[in-house]
Ligand binder design. Structure first.
Ligand code: GRF
Length: 187
């Protein structure tokens, strides 16, 4: 039996990546176990996913990021959590927070980084008439979407692609890439 690394997922919204990781983490040889979900949005749909999987969750306001980080750190340390996954978490964590988890925080982003950091990715990609898009899992540093790349998956953009269709296609890809990347980190 693999000794799973105690992990926490940070969310702000739908939590479909959280769901994908949780499903995979049921496998006996998946390297991490989600023991906490932290949301900075009280209305995040992902909270319901945590509830359905009986995973402890916390809502922490991020109005003041300093307080959010302090409280998150307290919860994380209380549960002896060693690994963090950001999954649709819409805030940038400070250098001060990140230094507690060197190479222990990862994020997923819906573009082929380093291209298209930040928000409104699909719209910008279509406006620029790109032929490909994709998603990236990367280590988190204090700069937005800039840490070392762990893995990427590419998709072809069709002629009639819309922002909505691209978003959907990309998310499905993310649900594969995120668990695979976690496995690759601990291999
Ligand atoms: C995903 O596109 C992710 O890459 C981005 O935010 C979205 C979150 O989706 N960072 P979900 O909350 O996991 O469904």
């Amino acid at each position: 039996m693999v000794k799973k690394v105690k992990s926490c997922v940070f969310i702000s919204g739908n939590g479909s990546n959280l769901r994908a990781i949780l499903r995979k983490s049921k496998q006996y040889n998946f390297p991490i176990k989600i023991e906490l979900v932290i949301s900075n949005n009280i209305n995040a749909k992902g909270i319901k996913i945590a509830k359905n999987h009986s995973i402890p969750y916390k809502y922490l306001s991020s109005k003041k990021m300093k307080d959010f980080e302090k409280k998150s750190l307290f919860e994380i340390q209380k549960k002896k959590i060693k690994f963090l996954c950001l999954a649709g978490f819409m805030k940038v964590l400070s250098k001060n927070f990140i230094k507690n988890f060197k190479h222990k925080i990862i994020n997923i982003h819906p573009s082929l980084l380093p291209k298209y950091k930040g928000l409104d990715v699909h719209r910008r990609i279509l406006e620029n008439k790109e032929k490909f898009s994709g998603c990236t899992v990367h280590f988190v540093n204090a700069k937005l979407d800039s840490g070392k790349i762990i893995s990427q998956k590419k998709i072809v953009i069709k002629k009639n692609e819309t922002e909505e269709s691209l978003k959907k296609k990309n998310l499905l890809l993310q649900h594969k890439l995120y668990p695979e990347s976690i496995i690759s980190i601990f291999r």
